[in-house]
Design a binder for this molecule. Sequence first.
Ligand code: G3H
Length: 546
Amino acid sequence: MSAQSLASLFPADESQIPVKYRIEPIHQREYLLNGEMRQWNGKVSDVYSPVCLPEHATAGADGTLQRQLVGSFPVTGPKEALEALEAAVAAYDNGRGEWPQMSVAGRIECMETFVGKMLEQRKLSINLIMWEIGKNLADATKEFDRTVKYIYDTIDTLKNMDRSSSRFRMEEGIIGQIRRSPLGVVLAMGPFNYPLNETYTTLIPAILMGNTILFKTPKHGSLLHYPMLEAFRTSFPKGVVNSLYGRGADVVPPVMQSGKVNVLTLIGSSRVADELQRQHPKLNRLRSIMSLDAKNAAIILPDANLDVAVKECLLGSLSFNGQRCTAIKIIWAHRSVVDEFLKRFSPEVSKLKVGMPWDAGTQITPLPEPTKTQYLADIIADAVANGASVMNEGGAETVASLFKPAVVYPVREGMRLYREEQFGPIVPVVAYDDIEEFIEYLITDDHGMQASIFGTDPDAIARLIDPLVNLVSRVNINAQCQRGPDTFPFTGRKDSAEGTLSVEDALRSFSIRSAVATKDTGENKHILNEIVSQHKSEFLSTNFIF
Ligand code: G3H
């Protein structure tokens, strides 16, 4: 496909965008702080879509492709960030606030109210995911629906956890009740690639466990949170959820330096994570729950079923243009099968449908980060200068924000693609002779999220499983790397994660066990019975949630 025909995939004018996916720019001039939508008259940041249109309308325009304006949002500063922090601190009130003191049943009720309101925004949210980050319609829809399911699953799991902690324990002459308690103020920062889902998979369990929240929207995928602010405002007591808008470098450091953040939850880079953690004056008081960098590797063994390997590697490396932390970011193929694998894989990559997010069946879409196509071109140039080639027809062709996926081979140590997390539509392929080369790669890699093994011999697969499970956190057999199902632990080693996220793990991550205990004497039993039977305490109680 020539550059001209790649350019023709962008709409020539607005009439080529289906009416139901057109969007009127949304100019957000308010943000959520302490239960109020605060008006903002200061600086704003324009949001440009990766979807481009030729600039015909402007006088003197030459038809150059221009990113379309989706709207704008407030760029608040340190002052507003500290106000938001104070609101969250006050709402928590050292654990004595209305929210941390509310019964689990009460918190669940508020969350159910929130989901109902969130569902009213489904259509707009999906459209904004497409416009702001270029995710295709099917995946944007899946992101919204998966998030709603995640919230309902989290509620069910919390009910189960609460039911099992509603009993007293009697051991070694001590009677006690153990329940999970909140941790305090949580600073939550989500990523651009799953701006709704990955933000909410931390935000929702953090709220449900009784914490209060400062919630920083991602740089790309910020506007889509706007319609949800009113839902947060009207579903939870004031100060429980507070938004932070603006440049991370301006608003986050003062919040961290205050020492008042108890939990940092970030889906992003390990570099940013390190910088933020270091700002906290008492690191020992900070809990971090983070999903970070990854360079998930797939290995194709000599006896692999190549049909399966091609299909799964295609999905694994190029869904949402390879912009998933769980994407397969490097493929190791045994030298005896590498040519055959490339012969089958490369045409499939070239066949992926490139287009606009709303076009039916589109798999490759425009990239949201303005400098991304240049970065991708640079790392390919580096590999080519060091002896690799682009193996598929049309691979690496670029126009504006569109980049045709490229299979690059042979990739080896010394090339940037060998170690860097490309987070985009490039598939580096390495040929290996001895399995030890692959294991050594994983040992020396800074990442440790997931790996995929493709093979048919149970002995060979088993020999790899045992070392791999201690180098990464999930080993997939004849399957792509992925986070789901959301009940599975989602974590990583080395620079890939801190803490674990899954429906149940997240509830644990955002809480701590607290116990109330007494010696087993008649007098103490009488006191406990009085408290429980008269419902004098929220914590010390045998109330049961159905
Ligand atoms: O970007 C990381 C996501 O959590 C990956 O989720 O594997 O379901 O696409 P996924």
